[in-house]
Write a protein that binds this ligand. Structure first.
Ligand code: AMP
Length: 175
């Protein structure tokens, strides 16, 4: 099984995508490699065995890719959090602030309950805005957010600060 240092070799930096000044962390080489994909899923799930996780929540869209296999590994269910207007049934929604304007995240109203112990999974922790909004969204259902897990964190954006004292695990850290 590849370790965390080896995983870094499967992240491709794309300069100025999707706009000038942003270095996009492209995970597709990691996804395409069987060993790296397995190592990432194992790394995100191993820390949370025996923590009573009942639901793994993934954020659209790249969070879905990791959250579903992590849910299987933990014997938990998978729940999608999506952008506005994508989910077909009754939703709870949470507004969050972007660089310019605001956006909405939604979850089905019956997707989690107060009895659920939730692990939140996404690919990248950047400013933490998306993850913080997801935690607030889960709070509307009184679910317990046990922890959040990310393949990587862009530590220079200090996304952890947006998550207060929540437990955060990341496999790779870019200073
Ligand atoms: P944020 O809300 O700022 O923490 O951004 C998190 C979301 O944006 C994650 O779902 C990532 O998929 C995506 N994201 C932010 N910055 C990057 C980046 N530099 N490279 C790839 N994805 C990113």
């Amino acid at each position: 099984m590849a370790d965390a240092i080896a995983l870094e070799a499967f992240i491709r930096d794309i300069e100025d995508f999707p706009k000038a000044g942003i270095t996009f962390k492209d995970i597709t080489p990691l996804l395409a490699d069987p060993g790296a994909l397995a190592a990432a899923v194992h790394g995100l799930s191993a820390a949370f065995t025996d923590r009573g996780i009942t639901k793994v929540v993934g954020m659209e869209a790249r969070g879905f890719i990791f959250a579903a296999p992590v849910a299987v590994a933990l014997g938990a269910g998978f729940v999608p959090v999506r952008k506005a207007g994508k989910l077909p049934w009754s939703v709870n929604r949470q507004e969050y602030v972007l660089e310019y304007g605001t956006d909405l995240l939604e979850i089905h109203q019956d997707a989690v309950t107060a009895e659920d112990r939730v692990l939140v999974i996404d690919d990248v922790l950047a400013t933490g805005g998306t993850a913080a909004a997801t935690v607030q969204l889960l709070g509307q259902s009184s679910a317990t957010v046990v922890a959040l897990g990310f393949v990587m964190e862009l530590a220079f954006l200090d996304g952890r600060a947006a998550l207060g004292d929540a437990e955060v695990t990341t496999l790779l850290r870019y200073a």
